[in-house]
Design a protein around this ligand. Structure first.
Ligand SMILES: N[C@@H](CCC(=O)N[C@@H](CS)C(=O)NCC(=O)O)C(=O)O
Length: 202
């Protein structure tokens, strides 16, 4: 299978971390894709024009990152990242939604901040910043329950926090969220996380 991806995309990172954690990474060929290029052909595979997009060997195409991660989780026989039934399943999926939403807000804030004044809306930036802060506060409240297990929720949270550090390192989210900071310090030492740290093109 082939993954259309970007090295700085936190959603791509979530898929790659999932692939590493499930032992599937070697089965995935990467096609680096700049979705922002005027002549990008990503729309031929994904009408939404986004990465990550997974091209299966049989010709089917999967998006977005939660769908791709669930597909990968169905391909291995180890401990499932998406618990199959019960409360743990919904907790893991809700945490993924929360972390993905944190990334969504960070991306919207970043893009709005790049617009030139007077088009750039400070109210919109503040709205996204507030959503990010609320999401981080909920994660802080839950941090003691994250433990050392790995589910899709944990992976999504790790990638979301990595993205906040990458794009908004001045936010100092750790100062009022010590339990989350401690959990992230440990989680980000996993090999799946250290080999996927986002880097801007030189
Ligand atoms: N919900 C999607 C979001 C994917 C997404 O927004 N990817 C960004 C890159 S980080 C993108 O391709 N943006 C292009 C665009 O919005 O036109 C997912 O989880 O995969």
């Amino acid at each position: 299978m082939k993954l259309r991806c970007s090295p700085t995309s936190p959603y791509t990172r979530k898929v790659t971390v999932t692939a590493i954690e499930t032992g599937l990474d070697r089965r995935i060929e990467r096609i680096p894709t700049n979705v922002w290029a005027v002549d990008t052909d990503i729309g031929a595979d994904n009408p939404l024009g986004k990465v990550p997009t997974l091209l299966l060997d049989g010709g089917e195409v999967l998006y977005d990152s939660p769908v791709i991660c669930e597909y990968l989780d169905g391909l291995h026989n180890g401990e499932k990242l998406i618990p199959p039934i019960g409360g743990k399943r919904w907790t893991a999926l809700r945490r993924q939604a929360l972390a993905d939403g944190l990334i969504d807000a960070a991306v919207l804030r970043l893009l709005e901040g790049k617009r030139e004044k007077p088009r750039c809306s400070q109210a919109w930036i503040d709205r996204q910043r507030t959503a990010m802060a609320r999401a981080l506060d909920v994660l802080e409240d839950e941090a003691d329950m994250l433990g050392d297990e790995v589910t899709i929720g944990h992976i999504a949270i790790g990638c979301a926090l990595g993205y906040v550090d990458f794009r908004f390192d001045g936010d100092a989210w750790r100062s009022s969220r010590p339990a989350l900071a401690d959990w992230y310090d440990l989680f980000s030492q996993r090999r799946s996380m250290t080999v996927t740290v986002p880097q801007d093109a030189a």
